[in-house]
Design a binder for this molecule. Structure first.
Ligand SMILES: Nc1nc2c(ncn2[C@@H]2O[C@H](COP(=O)(O)OP(=O)(O)O)[C@@H](O)[C@H]2O)c(=O)[nH]1
Ligand SMILES: [Mg+2]
Length: 353
């Protein structure tokens, strides 16, 4: 008798617990949303740390070789393109933002950027874009198990099981896992920040140790050059004088002598000036740089890339001064096609990250 009383007491206790458990289902069910996956979750640590890392780009090119036009085209491409967003930072880079405005304004009215008289223009170009990256991830997958996987229990059955009132406890299922590696594509927001240093013609000449012996390069420019992450050389396919080419050649000798190790992008500019169908014209322009190319290829074989660029088609405007009778030539952009050439250049720059 005592045993039966104890049994029923126990059973009552268990049923009370069961009722208590079931009563919680009367309260409204809360849905907790998991936090959205961060877009940059797939970033590798090197990318994370380089987020604010600014890459220095030294642009070397003789006066009027198209350096400013190239910079204006890069800004325009980023500003008007659908895949990237130009970021300005007027609080930290007021000068840069002012210059950017000037370049964009002249460019959108089909004018070439105004020449600069400063010894070096620093243009901080910052932009972001979504990038896809293939990453390898390790994942656990269940190995086929001889033991049968139990059907998912509903909460009530599980509660009864847990309370162990009845003898119906299901055998514990122990799945076996193995680790597999697979490649997945992750999207992340990449930040790029470049500091372009475009040196004025006068300052650039100070690289010419033959002509200006004794005069030294501005220390800021020298430091920038020495700490640069890459070098862009602009070389027009037409219109360079023999003196210009000699100077460029000596600059390359200077790079070899000082052991420049960073990536170099050699851009043939103003390619609209030669007829792409004329074999003779192409050969003539190739001949201009043949010696320079040979020198570059033998000494910077693994770090040099070549590219080409044009702003598009250019219109020559001739105005005659009524009083003096002097003729003045000016150029405007007829059709801006620079966007075509920028992705290759940006690809080179983004690889620095
Ligand atoms: N035909 C042609 N002329 C260009 C092109 N880019 C620049 N120019 C001309 O070259 C001049 C100098 O260009 P700029 O970019 O200021 O050269 P920088 O002195 O090296 O900065 C411009 O005013 C234009 O007249 C181009 O792609 N095609
Ligand atoms: Mg310029």
């Amino acid at each position: 008798m005592q045993f039966i009383t104890k049994y029923f007491k126990n059973l009552k206790k268990k049923i009370d617990e069961l009722i208590k458990f079931l009563s919680q289902f009367e309260t409204p069910v809360k849905i907790i949303k998991s936090a959205p996956e961060k877009k940059d979750a797939g970033k590798s640590s090197s990318e994370q740390s380089s987020k604010d890392n600014i890459k220095k780009v030294f642009i070397f090119g003789l006066p009027k070789s198209g350096k400013s036009t190239l910079l204006a085209s890069i800004i325009k491409y980023i500003d008007s393109g659908s895949e990237s967003t130009l970021r300005r930072d007027p609080l930290n880079n007021a000068q840069s933002v002012a210059l950017m405005r000037k370049l964009i304004q002249s460019f959108y009215s089909n004018k070439f950027p105004p020449p600069s008289d400063k010894n070096c223009i620093n243009l901080i170009l910052s932009y972001e874009k979504y990038k896809k990256e293939k990453v390898k991830v390790k994942r656990k997958v269940e190995v086929k198990n001889s033991q049968q996987k139990p059907k998912p229990m509903n909460k009530i059955v599980k509660a009864i099981n847990d309370l162990q009132i009845f003898d119906t406890v299901q055998k514990e299922y122990k799945p076996e896992f193995k680790e597999v590696e697979e490649e997945i594509e992750k999207e992340y927001l990449a930040n790029y920040k470049f500091d372009f240093c475009e040196v004025s013609g006068e300052e650039l000449k100070k690289f010419d140790f033959v002509e200006t012996s004794g005069s030294s390069l501005d220390i800021k420019i020298k430091n920038f050059f020495e700490s640069s992450d890459c070098l862009i050389i602009t070389a027009p396919v037409k219109g360079s004088s023999l003196k210009d080419l000699e100077f460029l050649r000596d600059y390359i000798e200077y790079l070899i002598r000082t052991g420049y190790k960073k990536p170099i992008l050699f851009i043939f500019t103003k390619i609209d000036l030669i007829d792409s169908k004329s074999h003779k014209e192409i050969e003539k322009s190739k001949n201009l740089y043949r010696g320079i190319e040979k020198l570059l290829n033998s000494h910077f074989k693994n770090s040099i890339k070549y590219s080409k660029f044009t702003v598009g088609s250019v219109k020559e405007n001739i105005t005659k001064n009524r009083d003096t009778g002097r003729v003045k030539k000016s150029y405007t952009i007829e059709e801006n096609q620079s966007d075509r050439y920028i992705p290759e250049i940006l690809n080179f720059l983004e690889k620095l990250y």
